[in-house]
Design a protein around this ligand. Structure first.
Ligand code: S3P
Length: 435
């Protein structure tokens, strides 16, 4: 399927978004580890969360989805069956990495595999520390498939410094720690998303977090003595999905949109800050709490953006947002420099090379750097046909760029957008964009 976007009239309207992808993944998986029935509302139903739901089916866990409300009959940490087939995690790195930690805690023997895209993603970052905990896990070449064999229980406590800030690695190890005979303490160089640390305490697990004097983050999980309590929560709107609409409204002159109920966890709001440095008008209102997370409404008005520099901890807090951020930078006045973002090369695509090549193809002035890129903003892009390299965020970002491209942008293989934002095209069209 191709999706084409064209120069658009001002975007207008008020929207709500499906639940956050990271929290949806965790809610599905954590509900299984609880004893009793969990009920989760506003779940993101998309390609990558379907991969986690399919894993539940492979593990014979009863679940039911009615609209976006999920009920799961939790199994607890013991008495799991051995799945007959390898578990297919599709394109979802969150599914494979978090599932590996959870299945290690539940002593499940299984093979975890996925799409060719997932098989490219680095897995030693979870395999080595899991092995240090005594988990019997192996990988042929540091990538999927992962094989979990019978481990000696309980697992060993762990003190580990993550070389790269990663919520998936952190969450995997914390989940394995549920079955350790002492605490798991992790230190990471930057503030990766902390949804696991917020959700497990709501289920009765003691988790302590601290920011150390040198700015690094520390989290300690104490293995629970009692069964985990089921989850009853509503998932707030996905800020990473909101990001595409926010930038769309900023770059189409005359636009004004409001997005209601967007999750505003500070480990996820880096893009808002980066855009505000660039001069964006983004007004936050109606702040409240939902599912243990801050939420609020965002009103965005188009205005002229100016180039900026991004590096350090801000990179971690906007790690999924660089493709759409680059679109804003490509249409800003002046130069934008992104550094310290080497981790982007390990996402759904090599998000530095693929992003720079595809933006150049539609007329942006972008140069690749080893750990980021440099963009000189232009008033318009000429547009063209682009290849999203199997990367849902790159696909949606290029489609947004088409709203300011003289000849429009056609995104090939655009069905990949369904992985994280199935109604992206419909939402953009509802705001009046030429889709
Ligand atoms: C996620 C963590 C991030 C992010 C991904 C979702 C999560 O990955 O890029 O989209 O839900 O924990 P890393 O932990 O690899 O940085």
């Amino acid at each position: 399927m191709n999706l084409t976007t064209n120069l658009s009239p001002p975007l207008r309207g008020t929207l709500t978004l499906a639940g956050d992808k990271s929290i949806s993944h965790r809610a599905i998986l954590f509900a299984v580890l609880a004893e009793g029935e969990s009920r989760v509302q506003n779940l993101l139903v998309s390609g990558v969360t379907q991969a986690m739901l399919d894993a539940l089916t492979a593990l014979a866990v009863p679940w039911q989805l009615t609209g976006s409300t999920l009920t799961v009959q939790g199994r607890g940490l013991y008495g799991w069956p051995t799945p007959a087939q390898p578990i297919n995690c599709g394109n979802s790195a969150t599914t494979i990495r978090l599932l590996a930690g959870a299945l290690a805690a539940c002593s499940v023997t299984a093979i975890l595999d996925g799409s060719p895209g997932l098989r490219r993603r680095p897995m030693n970052r979870i395999v080595a520390p899991l092995q240090a905990m005594g988990v019997n896990i192996s990988t042929p070449d540091g990538r999927a498939p992962l094989t979990l064999g019978p481990s000696q229980f309980p697992l060993k406590p762990l003190q580990y410094v993550l070389p790269v800030a990663s919520a998936q690695v952190k969450s995997c190890l914390l989940l394995a720690g549920l079955a350790a005979d002492g605490p798991v303490t992790l230190q990471e160089p930057g503030p990766s998303r902390d949804h696991t640390e917020r959700m497990l305490p709501a289920m009765g697990v003691r988790v302590e977090t601290a920011v150390l004097p040198d700015g690094t983050q520390r989290v300690t999980l104490h293995p629970p003595q009692l069964p985990l309590r089921p989850l009853h929560m509503t998932i707030p709107g996905d800020i990473s999905a909101a990001a595409f609409l926010i930038v769309a409204a900023l770059i189409v002159p005359g636009s004004e949109i409001t997005l209601r109920g967007v999750m505003l966890n500070p480990t996820r709001t880096g893009l808002l800050e980066a855009l505000q440095y660039m001069g964006a008008e983004i007004i936050t209102s109606n702040i409240s709490q939902m599912g243990g997370e801050p939420v609020g409404d965002l009103t965005i008005r188009a205005n002229v953006l100016h180039g900026t520099e991004i590096g350090g901890n801000l990179v971690v807090r906007m790690i999924d947002e660089f493709p759409i951020f680059a679109v804003a930078a490509a249409l800003a006045q002046g130069q934008t420099v992104v550094r310290d973002a080497l981790e982007l090369r390990h996402k759904e695509s090599d998000r530095i090379t693929a992003l720079c090549q595809q933006l150049q193809a539609i007329g942006a002035d972008v140069q690749e750097r080893p750990d980021g890129f440099v963009i000189n903003g232009r008033s318009h892009l000429h547009g063209g046909v682009v290849n999203p390299h199997g990367d849902h965020r790159l696909a949606m970002s290029l489609a947004v760029a088409g709203l300011r491209a003289t000849h429009g942008v056609t995104v090939q293989n655009a069905e990949i957008m369904h992985e994280s934002f199935p109604d992206f095209g419909a939402k953009l069209a509802a705001l009046g964009a030429a889709v």
